[in-house]
Design a protein around this ligand. Structure first.
Ligand code: NAD
Length: 279
């Protein structure tokens, strides 16, 4: 089975649009601000995708553009202005920042209740303690897809390849909270296949094309390919899709799998943030 991320995202949009309507009855319109520093073309494309998704569900959105050579202080000043605005419920700092700029300080300046990407230490800390508030969008999308597949997570063997703050670590925490048994692998893992072959649920977020071959996958596994890699003029994931789709019970394609779900979860989180601010 191919996990159709676009179809799942469309369902999330319908549900989100209904919640936006409910808020409108109280004269509340959710507002999202994105902050883009520099002119990275991939980031510009992601920002466009996010804003058009907002428009489809009735979230008001605006993009703040800062020049490539902005200092972290200038980015923080912008974010603080957005923190102070009651019409802005969610703030997203598009990563990566231009070369040499660490995102940590800028990210920490976003108010935790407006941190719709879920990267602020307060939200990450809450996640680790099992209290999911605003959480990173990609892991949230994967959990959503697993729920829609009806996969029982309690006791399930889950293996994550990649231990980034954006995907691997928060997803591990979310799966543990649901009582899955979780292995997290990374570039220093000695025998990757030895781990991946255990996986009933295999999530790959490494950024290495065709890292996961057929013989590394347990027959019947559910496979989430998070990777986005340009190979020639094609976008591919981290999984040898053509070979692995024959033994997996379900697999996400690239493109059209995890990507659209990630964008959809940003909408969910913006509405969640708005609802909780309204309370
Ligand atoms: P990252 O780029 O920060 O880190 C890569 C991770 O993969 C590290 O944990 C590293 O140790 C591990 N790794 C690298 N090479 C490996 C190897 N040969 N064997 C085992 N592990 C290896 O991680 P990220 O930011 O989570 O991004 C990973 C990929 O996912 C990238 O291609 C990125 O573009 C993509 N991504 C996609 C989405 C989406 O919405 N679809 C969201 C976030 C990231």
């Amino acid at each position: 089975m191919i996990i159709d991320g676009k179809a799942l995202a469309a369902d999330v949009e319908v549900e989100t649009a209904q919640r936006v309507k409910k808020l409108a009855e109280r004269a509340i319109v959710p507002g999202l601000a994105t902050v883009l520093v520099g002119e990275n073309p991939a980031s510009q494309m992601y920002i466009r995708l996010k804003h058009s998704a907002c428009t489809r569900v009735g979230i008001r959105s605006e993009n703040v553009m800062l020049p490539e050579n902005s200092s972290v202080e200038e980015t923080i000043t912008k974010i603080q202005e957005l923190n102070d605005r009651p019409d802005i419920n969610g703030i997203l700092l598009q990563l990566p920042l231009p070369k040499g700029q660490s995102p940590q300080r800028a990210m920490m300046s976003i108010l935790p209740e407006k941190d719709v990407d879920g990267f602020h230490p307060v939200n990450m800390g809450a996640l680790l303690l099992g209290a999911e508030r605003l959480v990173p969008c990609t892991p949230r999308g994967i959990i959503y897809a697993l729920e829609r597949l009806g996969k029982k997570l309690e006791g399930a063997e889950a293996v994550i390849v990649g231990h980034s703050n954006v995907v691997g670590k928060p997803l591990a925490a979310m799966l543990l909270s649901r009582n899955a048994t979780v292995q997290v692998c990374h570039v220093f893992t000695r025998d990757l296949a030895d781990h991946t072959r255990d996986a009933e649920i295999l999530v790959v977020a490494a950024g290495v094309p065709a890292l996961i071959k057929k013989e590394m996958v347990r027959p019947g596994a559910i496979v989430f390919d998070v990777g986005i890699n340009r190979v020639g003029d094609k976008t591919v994931g981290d999984v040898d899709y053509e070979a692995v789709k024959d033994i997996a019970s379900a697999i996400t394609p690239v493109p059209g799998g995890v990507g659209p779900l990630t964008v959809a979860m940003l909408l969910t989180q913006t509405v969640l943030a708005t609802e909780s601010q309204a309370r």
